[in-house]
Design a protein. Structure first.
Length: 82
């Protein structure tokens, strides 16, 4: 948190904290939608692909929620406490 907020990059601490959290969501969204194909597969090897796809989709979905929604306010709250 200190490295991002005090890095000397022009802009406010809020902008320096929220920018890295929101820049990566398009790639995660595309990966999540592509993994749905693995989840719906029914061919050879689908018994291995389905559980793996479930875990990957769950992790990417939670990251899509936590990164832009929960982590920036938490960092800003911790920065104000100090």
């Amino acid at each position: 948190m200190r490295t991002v907020a005090d890095s000397g990059v022009p802009g406010s601490a809020k902008a320096n904290i929220t920018r890295p959290c929101t820049d990566g969501w398009p790639a995660m969204y595309i990966a999540t939608t592509r993994c749905h194909l693995m989840l719906r597969s029914s061919g050879i090897g689908s018994d291995v692909q389905r559980p793996l796809a479930t875990v990957i989709i769950g992790g990417l979905t939670s990251t899509l929620i936590f990164a832009p929604v929960i982590i920036p306010p938490l960092y800003l709250w911790l920065a104000k406490r100090k």
